[in-house]
Design a protein around this ligand. Structure first.
Ligand code: PHB
Length: 389
């Protein structure tokens, strides 16, 4: 049994490494293989990114680099083994020119070796742990990193009389980044971290940790939870009366996610948070994007949608530059791209393959009966602080 498994793995490795080389070169069609959580706990990420990909294709056509583009979307249910298997099938059977999507860090990490072995550019549109881009030289990111958001918010906290904090994060990669980079920066500037709390990624229960927060009596609670958990967290925060107990809530923008923000109610109003995208971002490019996205999908785009939309731009422009070729030529054409995203100006750093972008400080406000993240400050052209060590 074990020998058979080893044989299958060895054969697959050969297929991944050699079976696909140049398949895109002979064909008039290039395929993009997108792996996303369309079901399960992270399904809103899949729904947002798929909506954005469809919008990009509707607006820009199905041709790039002189070839017809075909997008194949697969549902991994945010199970990393499934992500890896689906990515492998897309490379070996469908001979995709690029992989894209990746809703959570473990899914991106599980797929990195496939990208490396097959020399297939892999565009991470959602997952945001700093180390992902170091897992394969073929990974390029269009989302953000948790250190970007956490450092930006820590600097704001230090300047705004927040001295004692408790941190609360999801217990996996992006949570570890958020906790470390927030705590390190806050303490560097004379703040104090009273306690570091974590909740499980799957089916978290916030009651026990919120009781600990109440007992610790910090000036502020700093929170990172992955997109999709914000509304449940806010509900419990209010139910336990923490909003009335003088404990200020501050967060990464994942918690005040545009996908759920309008369902959160008044508890969210006034929450200061840091992120790279708000549907309320005041630019002509964003207004056009939001209007078109809402018309096509009947819901508000969040930061995941923008990661997907910009990821499609990255692939299309790179295909134009490589004249439809994949592999190293396509990867090279992704590095160093600069463009105007709905979030503002962005750069794909040629050295790190990670995104350089403005990180905004925002406050949740009610306007015309709707909740929005209103930007009031920014750290300009921020690189991933996770890469500077
Ligand atoms: C991740 O798993 O990397 C992740 C998922 C959702 C987020 C942020 C990070 O909102």
């Amino acid at each position: 049994m074990i020998r058979r498994k080893m044989l299958v793995e060895a054969l697959t490795a050969v297929a991944v490494a050699s079976g696909v080389t140049g398949a895109w070169a002979q064909s008039d069609t290039v395929k993009i293989g997108v792996v996303l959580p369309m079901t399960g706990q992270q399904a809103s990420t899949g729904r947002q990114i798929e909506g954005a990909i469809k919008l990009w294709v509707a607006q820009n056509g199905n041709k790039a680099g002189g070839k017809k583009v075909e997008v194949i979307v697969k549902d991994d249910g945010s199970v990393p083994d499934a992500t890896r298997r689906l990515a492998q099938e897309l490379v070996v059977n469908d001979k995709v020119v690029a992989l894209a999507g990746f809703g959570i860090t473990p899914s991106a990490m599980a797929t990195a070796p496939i990208a490396t072995q097959s020399k297939t550019p892999m565009v991470v549109m959602a997952a945001a742990t700093s180390a992902i881009t170091e897992a394969s030289p073929y990974i390029v990111r269009t989302s953000f990193t948790l250190p970007q958001a956490a450092v930006a918010l820590a600097e704001w906290a230090n300047k705004n009389n927040i001295k004692k904090v408790v941190t609360l994060v999801a217990d996996y990669g992006p949570g570890f980044d958020a906790e470390k980079y927030f705590a390190d920066r806050v303490t560097l500037n004379q703040g104090q971290v009273l306690e570091k709390l974590r909740t499980p990624l799957r089916a978290p229960d916030f009651a026990p940790v919120l009781q600990k927060v109440r007992d610790a009596k910090p000036d502020a609670l700093f929170v990172f939870l992955p997109s999709g958990q914000g509304a449940a967290f806010m509900k419990q925060f209010a139910e336990r009366g923490l909003d009335k107990a003088g404990i200020r809530l501050i967060a990464t923008g994942d918690v005040t996610d545009d996908d759920q923000l309008n369902t959160m109610g008044d508890v969210a109003v006034g929450v200061v948070n840091a992120h790279h995208y708000s549907a309320a971002h005041d630019s002509a490019t964003n207004k056009k994007f939001v209007a078109a996205f809402e018309a096509a999908n009947k819901f508000r785009p969040n930061f995941m949608a923008v990661g997907g939309y910009d990821g499609m731009r990255l692939i299309y422009k790179a295909l134009d530059a490589s004249k439809g070729a994949g592999g190293d030529a396509l990867l090279a054409a992704m590095k160093g791209q600069i463009f105007e995203s709905p979030r503002g100006k962005v750069l794909i750093d040629a050295q790190t393959r990670d995104i350089v972008q403005d990180m905004y400080i925002r406050k949740v406000e009610k306007k015309d009966g709707q909740l929005w993240n209103i930007e009031f400050d920014a750290i300009k052209e921020m690189k991933d602080p996770g890469k500077s060590k």
